[in-house]
Design a protein around this ligand. Structure first.
Ligand SMILES: C[S@@+](CC[C@H](N)C(=O)[O-])C[C@H]1O[C@@H](n2cnc3c(N)ncnc32)[C@H](O)[C@@H]1O
Length: 291
């Protein structure tokens, strides 16, 4: 024990933390909703863009957050300014989908058909397009115009007609921006890029009539911490503007939700090893919130 403590202290002194990753066998078995599969590869509109037209349109953008694959074996890689992180793994969005979307679909009554969905910080529209393919009417927005242009391209290729995209900064989001609240609000991969997580969660909740799906990086601590860092907007996965980015711990997220009066909250359990390691290491978590 003494040795463990010494090693942990020495590692802490270097600015790192040792985290235990529970092996799959050690995790309690949790009953969950029935699986929901992403629509993948993405469909292509009949008589739509040809392979070479799609390839040329993809080349117009130097950076891509998702590795899109379309029917007919046409696939693309991610492209980030700082490549090599686990966000470049092409299966990452599919793993995240299988992790949290079944919980959302179950809570929505077994289907997203006819639901009005808001996709906050939609990037190039991966989640918006998936929700639209599951039958929802979707509005996605992102602060970066080039990402909304990408989302429009994916919409054009797939022929999905029930997703709309807008350039908007989260700071400017109000219920009246899109003519009222939505049945379901997705707040995925954004919270830890913003300076004020409590305010961001409050805004997110006011946009929702039924459900919020929250997915965020979390500071790995048992305590209710918020770690502040400075973030520059050098890549399409980062904050849209330079400034403070605040990363809460799980406990801090839970306290914030409670502070906002949101008590019907389920943390989506890690039930599979087929997930980005950040979820298995407790450095990322997802919640389903009934407002
Ligand atoms: C890590 S990506 C997450 C993309 C997607 N929601 C997901 O979870 O897969 C972060 C996204 O947030 C967007 N973003 C950052 N700051 C924003 C802001 N203030 N308003 C709107 N979008 C923002 C970025 O442009 C980027 O698309």
């Amino acid at each position: 024990l003494g040795l463990k403590r010494l090693v942990r202290r020495a590692v802490r002194g270097l600015g790192y933390e040792i985290l235990k990753v529970p092996p799959a066998a050690a995790r309690p078995r949790v009953e969950g909703p029935p699986p929901v599969e992403p629509v993948w590869p993405l469909p292509r509109r009949l008589g739509g863009m040809s392979d070479s037209e799609i390839r040329a349109a993809f080349r117009d953008f130097p950076h891509w957050h998702y590795a899109y694959v379309f029917e007919g074996g046409l696939g693309f890689e991610t492209a980030h300014v700082n490549p090599g992180l686990d966000t470049d793994d092409p299966v990452r969005p599919l793993q995240r989908f299988r992790h949290f979307m079944p919980w959302l679909v179950q809570a929505a009554g077994g289907s997203l058909r006819g639901k009005r969905v808001l996709d906050i910080a939609c990037n190039s529209g991966f989640w918006s397009i998936q929700c639209a393919l599951l039958g929802a009417d979707v509005v996605g927005f992102d602060a970066r115009p080039e990402l909304i242009a990408q989302a429009e391209l994916i919409k054009r290729i797939t022929g999905v007609s029930t997703a709309e995209f807008r350039v908007l900064d989260f700071e400017d989001l109000r219920p009246e921006t899109f003519g009222g609240a939505f049945d379901i609000v997705l707040n995925l991969g954004l919270l830890y890029h913003l300076p004020d997580p409590l305010g961001a969660l409050a805004t997110t909740a006011t946009m929702a009539r039924e459900l919020v799906l929250l997915d965020t990086a979390v500071f790995p601590s048992e305590d209710a911490f918020v770690r502040l860092k400075w973030e520059a907007p050098f890549d399409i996965r980062m904050a849209a503007r330079e400034g403070i980015a605040a990363e809460p711990s799980k406990r801090a997220v839970e306290l914030m939700l409670r502070h906002l009066g949101l008590t019907e909250v389920v943390e989506i359990p890690v039930r599979s090893d087929d997930l980005p390691s950040v979820y298995r290491r407790g450095q990322r978590a997802s919640w389903l919130i009934r407002v």
